[in-house]
Design a protein around this ligand. Structure first.
Ligand SMILES: Cc1cc2nc3c(=O)[nH]c(=O)nc-3n(C[C@H](O)[C@H](O)[C@H](O)COP(=O)(O)OP(=O)(O)OC[C@H]3O[C@@H](n4cnc5c(N)ncnc54)[C@H](O)[C@@H]3O)c2cc1C
Length: 639
């Protein structure tokens, strides 16, 4: 008897729709539905986040998310170039532009956004473009090949990214920005000024506080009338990159609730719209009154809905948005909602810029120009609504960081809950799980978790975690750690190779060294000092494993660990007089020295793989120590 499968129709085939079906398949949920995907664009889902890169390689395959047999493998039907024109909620069917009707039991709207076009006279003239899809970019490039000058309207992330791409094609690029500085949604005016210098250096001409009033076609050129400029700005083409608006028209026209001001299909925590059989995910959805125009939140919504449709009781949790843009060879980061007003704390040095915004003692957003290793820390603070203390703010103002030396904290030492890939929402714990399941390379981990597959900025972190060469983080071990490790190595090899301190020929000739390792009282002192140091170093290793102990940074504790090991070796010399003894005592001495040598070698951290091996040898050498120590103390006092 044939099983009754429900009809699931997905409108739109972008990042969110792709992820939804991919995840639903992974959860085994595709067996329950007859799935039809209706996409307006003529090509299968592609990575829109990397769209501008197409100007360099012009290979759509490099952007593709779904392979050619992706739909066949999943037993789903995809119709491309067939936009949905209306929803008949009564009959539970959608109509397409080609006149086809497709019935549904569940409808998922994943229609994304459309480019916002300001109301300017002449904005629909030939030679004026918008930028959202691969088709748009193909048209822009075709015009660019016969142009010398281009004006990009909008000095936000998208506008500057495109300006850089077009500059790369050899065009003279002018960027018109309505506000007084670039990236005004993310950055304060001083950061915008810093960026402006870089933009000019890259050969892009920004015009700020530009009030574009009119575009006039003149033969093959366009004349732009800008308030405040005496002469019209003449160009060969114009691209509008002035923001996006959610594509909620299908829902609006069929009577489904949409957000009044910002637009977007209103959904609840289970991503359901006001019609129980209609869901919305990605940039077209308005969740808790917010439309998030980023790939990360779209990915997460898609994952949550897949779980719901696969029969799980999932809810869409709170999310801290983060975006990264590599512009003009600089990293530009934004985490949290930079548009929320609060107290701004800024650090600037040598062309680098970092800013956090605080409200009621908590960080609500952070932005940076240039590298910022603490970004995940800031994201964690925002997400957990943790307070920031005055000494952390003081450090931030003077050093540009909230935690001492946190830049050197390896991703392997991050708390499991910290997000490594912002786009896909993969935490360090997810990556660990993938490793445990047998993923042994960056590629394998990326394939399993999808981390680094959207914007790719977390790739170096993955490489670092997997110990692969491509790691761009060259922090290495901090110098204090290296210095302590070298001292420990020097002492340990000295003890192993140096001959025993010779006994004094007579009592009158006995010196300090003789007294220290022969006198019973001193021997007790040095012995207990040695025991104390050993126990202290063993206790310190708990800091790494026991997440409740969070005082100070890992870097601090590592250096402390090595320093105490150095003290233990000095106590060892005074206790033994460099006589390693025999039997139990020798075993104890060998175990102790091996632990010191392997530990110091691991701390040097010249190579992650070798450091890992050294660490495990260190652990191996440490294991017998408590037992050997116990018998050593017992035998000493017994005899
Ligand atoms: C150039 C560029 C760079 C970006 N860079 C970043 C970045 O660095 N980081 C970041 O986080 N985000 C970035 N974004 C934003 C990111 O791409 C979006 O957040 C993401 O694509 C949203 O996914 P989505 O599936 O909701 O929408 P989309 O990817 O836009 O997909 C929606 C699809 O639905 C189709 N559709 C719409 N209406 C219909 C209809 N009626 N019938 C059928 N199909 C329909 C559309 O044609 C489209 O193919 C960038 C966007 C662009 C354009």
């Amino acid at each position: 008897m044939p099983t009754l499968r429900e009809r699931l129709v997905v409108v739109g085939f972008g990042i969110a729709a792709y992820r939804f079906i991919e995840r639903l398949g992974a959860l085994g949920g595709l067996d329950r539905y007859d799935v039809t995907v209706l996409g307006e664009e003529p090509c299968p889902a592609y990575n829109r986040v990397r769209l501008t890169e197409w100007l360099d390689h012009r290979d759509p395959e490099k952007l593709a998310l779904a392979s050619s047999d992706w739909d066949r493998d999943r037993g789903i039907s995809i119709e491309l170039g067939n936009a949905v024109s209306s929803i008949d909620r009564e009959a539970r069917a959608v109509a397409t532009a080609c006149g086809k009707r497709v019935a549904y039991d569940h409808l998922v709207l994943a229609t994304g956004s459309y480019p916002f076009v300001p109301r300017i006279e002449g904005v629909h003239e030939e030679g004026v473009f918008v930028y959202r899809t691969l088709g748009d970019l193909e048209r822009i490039r075709a015009r660019a090949t016969e142009s010398r000058r281009v004006v990009v309207v909008g000095g936000g992330l998208l506008g500057i990214e495109l300006a850089e791409g077009l500059r790369g094609l050899g065009l003279y690029v002018t960027v018109l920005e309505r506000t007084s500085h670039l990236l005004s949604r993310q950055f304060a005016p001083d950061a915008g000024t810093l960026l402006e210098t870089r933009v000019r250096r890259a050969g892009i001409q920004p015009i700020l506080a530009a009030d574009l009033r009119r575009i006039e076609a003149r033969d093959t050129t366009l004349a732009l009338t800008i308030g405040g400029l005496d002469m019209p700005l003449v160009t060969d083409m114009v691209v509008i990159a002035a923001g996006v608006r959610p594509r909620d028209e299908l829902a609006r026209e069929s009577g489904i609730n949409v957000a009044y001001r910002s637009g977007g299909i209103v959904v609840n925590d289970r991503l359901r719209s006001s019609d129980p059989s209609v869901y919305a995910i990605g940039e077209c959805a308005s969740l808790r009154g917010v439309v998030l125009g980023q790939a990360g939140p779209s990915y997460r919504m898609a994952g949550t809905l897949a779980e719901i449709m696969a029969g799980r009781r999932s809810f869409h949790g709170r999310h801290t948005p983060a975006s990264r843009l590599r512009l003009l060879d600089i990293d530009i980061w934004s985490v949290g909602d930079a548009t929320v007003v609060g107290e701004r704390v800024t650090w600037r040095r040598n062309g680098r810029y970092r800013q956090i915004t605080l409200r009621a003692g908590q960080v609500i957003s952070g932005t940076s120009i240039g590298p910022w290793d603490e970004l995940s820390v800031v994201q964690d603070l925002i997400h957990r609504r943790r307070p920031v203390w005055w000494w952390q703010l003081r450090r931030f103002r003077s050093e540009g960081r909230l935690l001492p030396g946190s830049a050197a904290v390896s991703v392997a030492d991050w708390p499991p809950s910290r997000v490594v890939c912002n786009c896909v929402g993969v935490t360090r714990a997810d990556l660990d799980a993938a490793k445990r399941q047998g993923c042994a390379s960056v590629e394998a981990v990326a394939r399993r978790t999808r981390a680094s597959t959207v914007c790719g900025s977390c790739r170096p972190l993955l490489a670092e975690l997997m110990g692969e060469e491509s790691s761009k983080r060259t922090d290495g071990a901090p110098s204090a750690q290296i210095a302590a490790a070298v001292i420990v190595l020097f002492l340990a090899f000295g003890i192993a190779l140096a001959p025993p301190i010779p006994p004094a020929a007579s009592l009158s000739e006995s010196g300090l060294g003789d007294t220290l390792h022969r006198d019973a009282g001193w021997k007790q002192i040095s012995g207990f000092a040695l025991l104390g140091c050993t126990l202290a170093t063993l206790a310190l290793s708990l800091r790494k494993r026991w997440r409740l102990i969070r005082f100070a940074t890992m870097r601090f504790w590592r250096v402390t660990h090595a320093a105490i090991a150095g003290l233990a070796l000095i106590a060892f010399v005074t206790h033994t007089g460099l006589r390693l003894g025999s039997g139990l005592n020798r075993a104890l001495a060998v175990s102790f020295l091996c632990a010191a040598v392997f530990g110091a070698a691991a701390a040097l951290g010249w190579d992650r793989r070798a450091a890992g091996t050294m660490f495990w040898l260190h652990v191996l050498a440490v294991w017998p120590l408590p037992v050997l120590l116990f018998f050593h103390i017992l035998s000493t006092y017994y005899f």
